[in-house]
Design a protein around this ligand. Structure first.
Ligand code: UFG
Length: 358
């Protein structure tokens, strides 16, 4: 009898031990589910492209759960080095819907756009179809799935030919090509959606995004390449026979166009501050628009001679006609971004940008 009782006690002890350990497992699982849920999930749409792939790295290193969506029409799968990858076209509502249900993102960063001005002039349908209709699709899917936070990549091209520089957010918006118009249309859609559906948005207008990841993990790979700095670097490496200057008769100090070059890492840092606005700061900051540039300009000739100096390479420079649609000077005022977003372009000295490309 006593032995039986002792046996029972052992069984009871075993059972208690078992239940206690099961209970602690359940508690641990629930805590980790809770913590995982605390880790915000961010969709980086267009995350296989130049700026998007850098953003995925910055967001992942900052502790966000990153999911890259890209149709790989201009992006590269091997540029997705951080986060999960989902092949998806923003015009495919069914696929988008499935992905929003699968991951339940807390915010979306939208980089997915065609962005070659000259192409937009000869094929505007492509630009309005993807940049406007595709974005409408994405925004509708967000709202359908209760995801209300979006950061939208816009451009200096919404201003057209500036009436004054530095260009602040109040500057009149009169784009001179379909690319700029497609971006401005989305800016207006965001404003309307924010009024009607309580969508929270941040519009970031990039001036001339340039430079690479300082660890050398990521780069800029456009096909065809049309941007000044990557083309000059090709000339410096001997991968092209010369660099052409498009227009030497502009009303600027040396006759060539002046641009505001902003390091891609500084742009990404601004986006992280933007997420912080959504998740931590009060309602007054969103929804809002910001010009992102370093606030000073360099002429095409100045950029070329800086590259020659820093690479210690000489290469042929040829002078060509103006490229259509190029404003003489584009320089951002970043005062609003620095005041409200704490934006500091600390990697955007032209020397630092060029060094990141060497
Ligand atoms: N340029 C040359 N030679 C080249 C390439 C460019 O002289 O081989 C000149 C351009 O004429 C321009 C300047 O270098 O004056 C910068 O040209 P980019 O093509 O590098 O950049 P953009 O200023 O044309 O484009 C940027 C963004 C676009 C945006 C535009 C707004 O990349 O997305 O600003 O005007 F639409």
């Amino acid at each position: 009898m006593l032995l039986n009782l002792l046996g029972c006690r052992e069984i009871i002890n075993d059972l208690q031990g078992y239940y206690l350990s099961a209970l602690s497992h359940i508690i641990i699982i629930n805590i980790s589910l809770y913590l995982n849920r605390m880790k915000k999930i961010v969709f980086i749409v267009g995350g296989a492209g130049y700026i998007g792939s850098h953003m995925a790295k910055h967001a992942a290193l900052a502790g966000y759960d990153v999911v890259v969506l890209d149709n790989l029409s201009t992006g590269h799968k091997d540029a997705v080095k951080y986060g999960k990858f989902e092949l998806c076209d923003i015009k495919d509502k069914t696929k988008l819907d499935a992905l929003f249900k699968k991951y339940q993102p807390d915010a979306v960063m939208h980089f997915s756009a065609y962005s070659i001005v000259s192409e937009s002039v000869v094929d505007p349908y492509k630009y309005y179809d993807n940049n406007v209709s595709g974005t409408l699709n994405l925004l509708k899917t967000m709202l359908d799935n209760h995801c209300n936070n979006v950061i939208f990549s816009s451009t200096a091209a919404v201003f057209g030919n500036p009436e004054y520089v530095p260009i602040d957010e109040e500057h009149i918006k009169k784009p001179i090509n379909p690319y700029g118009r497609s971006k401005l249309m989305v800016e207006q859609i965001l404003e309307d959606f924010s009024q009607a559906y309580n969508l929270k948005y941040l519009v970031f207008r990039y001036f001339n995004a340039a430079g690479h990841d300082v660890d050398g993990e990521l780069s800029e790979r456009h096909d065809p390449e049309t941007h000044l700095l990557p083309l000059i670097m090709q000339a410096a490496r001997g991968d092209r026979k010369n660099i052409a200057i498009f227009g030497t008769d502009y009303d600027t100090k040396d006759g060539t166009c002046i641009r505001d070059y902003i390091h891609v890492d500084d742009l990404c840092a601004a986006h992280l501050n933007g997420l912080n606005v959504f998740f931590n700061v009060g309602k007054e900051v969103h929804s809002n628009d910001f010009n992102l540039g370093n606030g000073s300009g360099f002429s095409v000739k100045e950029v070329i001679s800086k590259v020659k100096e820093l690479t210690n390479k000489d290469f042929t420079v040829v002078e060509r006609e103006r490229r259509s649609g190029d404003p003489a000077v584009l320089i951002a005022s970043n005062i609003k971004a620095s005041k409200i977003l704490n934006f500091t372009p600390n990697k955007s000295k032209i020397e630092d940008i060029i060094k990141s490309l060497i």
